[in-house]
Design a protein around this ligand. Structure first.
Ligand code: FAD
Length: 139
């Protein structure tokens, strides 16, 4: 059953750009093998990730992600059955949640800052799609 999952979390310690790239590269490799797609955005204080794919694969991955010592305060915003993928082109698209997207944070979160833990699922999904539509996602 095709399912979508969105969560927010925060890193347990400062991550270097190289360690984030390593995480994203491995996620891409793993997700492609498991027919999972999605997107991650990160601003050094918080992660926001959407994942979509077969429910059994998604559940297993989320258990691994939630236990990963690289982050904490892992909050599931949504896990729902869906009819189609919204991020089908990305095994794990990545874009930094930087200040260029202040208008997007304001539109979906009523704040100029990236605050994913305070967002409803629909707003978080809108924010991720808006960032993806700006064409800055690394494939
Ligand atoms: P490895 O990557 O080799 O990891 C083996 C073990 O080592 C795991 O328990 C892992 O948690 C731990 N580990 C690896 N690197 C480090 C490190 N630098 N510091 C501390 N512990 C480490 N995985 C995916 O497959 N797809 C995703 O979309 C995905 N998204 C993620 C998003 C976030 C924000 C985070 C923090 C992790 C994400 N992961 C993702 C990684 C996931 O938590 C597992 O580490 C990964 O699925 C295990 O991959 P692997 O079997 O190749 O083992």
């Amino acid at each position: 059953m095709l399912t979508r999952l969105i969560y927010a979390s925060q890193p347990t310690q400062a991550l270097t750009p190289a360690s984030v790239q390593d995480l994203v590269d491995r996620a891409r490799h793993n997700n492609a093998r498991r027919h999972l797609s999605g997107m991650l955005t990160f601003d050094s204080r918080c992660f926001l990730q959407v994942l979509e794919g077969p429910r059994s694969q998604l559940s297993a991955l989320f258990c691994r992600i939630a236990a990963d010592p690289r982050h904490e305060r892992v909050e599931l915003l949504e896990m729902v059955s869906v009819d189609e993928r919204l991020f089908a082109h990305w095994s794990m698209g990545f874009a930094p949640a930087d200040a260029h997207h202040g208008d997007v944070y304001m539109r979906f979160g009523d704040t100029p800052h990236f605050e994913p833990h305070a967002m409803r699922a629909g707003a978080a999904l809108g924010l991720l799609q808006a960032i993806a539509q700006r064409g800055t996602l690394q494939p």
